[in-house]
Design a protein around this ligand. Structure first.
Ligand SMILES: Nc1ncnc2c1ncn2[C@@H]1O[C@H](COP(=O)(O)OP(=O)(O)OP(=O)(O)O)[C@@H](O)[C@H]1O
Ligand SMILES: [Mg+2]
Length: 269
């Protein structure tokens, strides 16, 4: 959609205190944003946090596609972090065949909902599918997204992770195939969060390097050791259509809230 003035861009909050202010209020709706970090940098928790709050406060429909851990394991982690799952509608889809009826229920309720789908559910569907051998996994995932957009008003989507997708769906020509995959997400007008494992060489934000050019935004997460203490850091590497502060912030989590701090304090304006 072409906007006629600056203020028209609708933004999705990251729900990280003091961080949205550093990017004009949030991530522009419809953006594809890479959350890049090494192991344990809270990539899953941060993207889950956005989906959770958007479902709860703004009644949106969101999909968390977890290819790295099962839906149950992800939910258990989030419940342990203090998220109240009784406050939102959560659906775990173990059988893709059940999706249509769940989407119906969600539409009738008029409430926001969080849908979780994991690798095991996709694998079952790949076995059922009569598609050609190549790109089956990717086709199943694309079909789920299209169905959820058309029949379920899907707005937010997390793919956890791109790295896991690369393992199950071999890309012969990653540059071209990723280009078309990003185009697919864009056509569906989903606000998409792609979790990327940052290579330890740190010379790029995801496996092929091309992901950060294709994405509209890149948020980098880090664990930094100083005097035996390890702290978490977060940084906006890029955010299209946004005057973003690209400084490094300390990321803290306590009492159910993420906070971005600047030298231990919220950033001075
Ligand atoms: N209640 C809690 N409060 C704060 N931090 C927690 C809590 N529970 C777990 N953690 C931390 O969260 C981290 C894991 O978060 P998360 O799974 O979101 O990271 P990730 O980057 O997705 O990890 P992975 O690389 O394994 O996918 C763990 O390192 C753990 O120390
Ligand atoms: Mg994770």
């Amino acid at each position: 959609m072409l906007i006629s003035e600056k203020g028209q861009i609708e933004r999705i909050r990251t729900w990280i205190e003091h961080f949205d202010e550093e990017m004009e209020g949030g991530i522009p709706k419809g953006h594809i944003v890479l959350f890049s970090g090494t192991a344990g940098t809270m990539k899953s928790s941060l993207t889950f946090n956005i989906l959770y709050h958007e479902v709860r406060e703004n009644k949106r429909v969101a999909l968390y596609l977890t290819l790295e851990q099962s839906s149950e394991s992800l939910l258990n982690h989030m419940i342990n972090m203090g998220y109240d799952m009784n406050a939102i509608s959560v659906y775990i889809i173990n059988n893709i065949q059940d999706l249509a009826s769940v989407l119906n229920t969600i539409r009738e309720s008029g409430e926001g909902s969080l849908i979780l789908i994991d690798l095991a559910a996709i694998r079952k569907e790949v076995k059922n599918a009569t598609l050609g051998a190549s790109g089956e996994w990717l086709n199943v995932i694309k079909n789920i997204l299209r169905k959820m957009k058309e029949k379920g008003d899907l707005e937010l989507f997390t793919l956890d992770s791109l790295s896991a997708l690369y393992v199950i769906s071999h890309f012969d020509n990653p540059r071209a195939e990723l280009f078309y995959l990003f185009e697919y997400f864009r056509d569906l007008e989903l606000t998409t969060f792609l979790i990327a494992e940052r290579p330890l060489t740190r010379d790029k934000y995801a496996e092929y390097g091309v992901e950060s050019f294709l994405a509209d935004g890149v948020i980098a997460l880090d664990l930094v050791e100083r005097h035996r203490k390890v702290s978490r850091e977060i940084r906006i590497v890029k955010m299209r259509a946004t005057a973003a502060n690209t400084d490094v912030f300390t990321l803290e989590y306590s009492n159910g809230t993420f906070k971005a701090l600047y030298g231990g304090q919220p950033a001075l304006i």
